[in-house]
Design a protein around this ligand. Structure first.
Ligand code: 5GP
Ligand code: MN
Length: 347
């Protein structure tokens, strides 16, 4: 039995005795959040469970090809529907985030649920006090890969992935592909083993790649081009950053998730060690940070941007009225944080 299957001791019994299961993940869900949630949904439904995926925000367009995405209840659209499931479920599975605070507005209702709570996550430091069972691992690509290992360890699957529904296996491959940026980062030998097993079992990887990477609206590419040519700044310390102002967002009629991956592009420049995308959302600016090996974007997110995440991929926020007096001060705030971080002793 692999170590992660061992950590999930207790899960088979919890699943056996639960009939109404809520699956939750973080705000502005990415491919790993959606992939792991819909994989869990597919598996649980195949076992005859009444399971529902509850997300704080809508599933991005590029992930709507995954089976079950149209059944997701979205808190920002239907808070009463989500709260009703949370108050009546007997098991809550929290995937790809280790704390209810990352569910943002949906967090308090999830925390208040009387259900048994299980977290399956790959971020450092899950909030163990909020859960009855913590299945956590950081030396792994994604929550989807961790869920794959957990499912493979269940008695009814017994290491044979062909016993999982095809929709479940497809969602697991999509989630892992998204969090590794299609095998670019956070890849371990176990990640290739999982991919190999899933493809051998019949998952159509070409279909997944086409939907995730080759089905965008033209606007995405036009907006990315404008931001990279007009807004990208490269600092003398080897950091790249750009602010996506609301005016830019509106001018291109962008949708949530449509600029996914943009922050990775400046890392392709040899002298750039850290890349930061800063998106204006009302009085909050949301940051996505990516770094090359040897630079901890997680440390910078914690130190300067009220955030966290992984060593090479993290996120955070700048609050107008708290961190800066007005929106126009945001670029300077970021510039200073980058200079202090990359110029300082700790990398
Ligand atoms: P992204 O840039 O794709 O939104 O996030 C990159 C990584 O950082 C993801 O693993 C995400 O879960 C994590 N992350 C993003 N924002 C936050 C935050 O505010 N706090 C923490 N702890 N992690 C975050
Ligand atoms: Mn993830």
């Amino acid at each position: 039995m692999c170590e992660n299957a061992r950590k999930s001791a207790g899960l088979p019994e919890l699943l056996d005795r639960s009939s109404r299961i809520a699956i939750v993940s973080h705000a502005r869900p990415d491919g790993d959040a959606v992939g792991s949630s819909l994989a869990a949904l597919s598996y649980l439904e195949s076992r005859g469970k009444n399971a529902t995926v509850l997300l704080p925000d809508a599933v991005p367009q590029s992930l709507k090809f995954l089976e079950g995405s149209s059944s997701v209840l979205v808190f920002s659209d239907n808070p009463a529907g989500v709260c009703s499931v949370l108050s009546s479920c007997d098991l809550l599975l929290c995937l790809d985030c280790g704390s209810f605070s990352r569910l943002e507005a949906m967090g308090p209702a999830a925390q208040a649920s009387g259900a048994a709570k299980v977290v399956i996550d790959h971020h450092p430091s899950p909030d163990a006090a909020s859960f009855d069972l913590v299945i956590g691992e950081t030396e792994i690509s994604s929550a989807s890969e961790l869920l794959y290992q957990v499912l493979m360890g269940l008695p009814d699957v017994a290491g044979d992935s062909s016993r999982l529904p095809l929709a479940c296996r497809t969602a697991l491959l999509a989630g892992m592909t998204s969090d590794t940026n299609n095998f670019n980062n956070s890849v371990w030998p176990s990640t290739f083993a999982m991919a190999s097993d899933l493809v051998a079992s019949g998952v159509d990887r070409d279909y997944v790649l086409e939907k995730m990477y080759s089905s965008w609206r033209e606007n995405r590419i036009r907006a990315m081009s404008a931001i990279l040519s007009e807004d990208l700044e490269i600092t003398p310390e080897g950091a790249a950053f750009f602010v996506i102002w609301q005016e830019r967002w509106d001018a291109f009629g962008l949708q949530e998730g449509e600029l996914e991956g943009l922050v990775n592009i400046p890392l392709g420049i040899d002298k750039v060690r850290l890349s930061v995308s800063v998106r204006e959302c009302g009085d909050v600016f949301r940051l996505s940070l990516r770094s090359k090996r040897g630079v901890s974007s997680r440390e910078l997110a914690i130190r300067s941007f009220h955030g966290g995440g992984h060593e090479q991929a993290s996120g955070g926020k700048i609050f107008v009225g708290q961190d800066v007096a007005s929106r126009s001060e945001v670029p300077d705030y970021v510039r200073r944080a980058l200079r202090e971080f990359l110029g300082g002793a700790s990398k």
